[in-house]
Design a protein around this ligand. Sequence first.
Ligand code: NAP
Ligand code: GCO
Length: 273
Amino acid sequence: MKQEIIRRSPGEMFSLEGKTALVTGASHGIGFAIAKSLSDAGAQIAFNCSSAESLERGLAAYRNEGIEAHGYVCDVTDEPSVEAMVAEIADQVGVIDILVNNAGMIRRVPMHEMNADEFRRVIDVDLTGPFLVSKAVIPGMIRKGGGKIINVCSMMSELGRETVSAYAAAKGGLKMLTKNIASEYGAYNIQCNGIGPGYIATTQTAPLRERQADGSRHPFDQFITARTPAGRWGTVEDLTGPAIFLASPASDFVNGQILYVDGGILAYIGKQP
Ligand code: NAP
Ligand code: GCO
């Protein structure tokens, strides 16, 4: 079969004009930053969160950036609610071309102290959620002739540490779900890749950075900064360029990859004491 060669200018390669993007859990934090960058590249933005309060705050934040985002209260673990949201977006915004599975949670508890319900909830939000939302958007993507799915993985897709057993299990599973969606739907011109943020300064990691009673830096803050070749925590802005890349035609032959945006921490054994 003769392969059609499409030549695009750099501007066209990274353009999302005419696309509809759903970013889950994007009322603030990493999701909000990614959604804003996709909007800056031309996409129409839909997002969801878990409460009416969060939705109100999120809509105000997007308006403050000059973005008319479409927001929905939807628990990503609730399949009927997810299906209804995806159908509403198709009616109100457009059939979803780009899905960013960003919604997530963490529970930092020593594994032997974690109860099964806590473990299951983390797996449900961080792994079953991306499955349910991807499952809901893929038929529309197939009908449209293709799409982009970006799963927000983690360094814990590769490494473990104390107290994050459920989260690491979920994010490790999300890495493999990413590869499996890529394998199963690549033939439909759907590319599924992951973004693996390092340690990013958001509300989720705030407890790991808070100042100690004596005003000194949190030991974990010092540990991560020393373990990161870039010598700093990541910011949500550090993730926006990689997100645009994976959401755009520039990555049409990239599939099943996890793009780690971690300042080099996964490559670095650590400074000799
Ligand atoms: P965050 O500030 O805690 O935001 C998490 C978002 O997910 C919130 O908007 C929350 O909605 C939403 N959410 C949680 N459970 C949900 C559910 N059941 N249904 C729908 N929405 C739900 O976290 P973040 O730091 O921005 O992290 C975002 C993603 O990046 C997560 O998947 C996280 O695991 C991942 N990540 C974070 C880091 C980091 O260092 N921060 C590094 C690697 C990966 P509400 O606003 O309604 O609460
Ligand atoms: C933790 C942190 C990490 C980050 C992120 C790292 O407690 O170790 O929350 O898990 O959230 O996932 O990539």
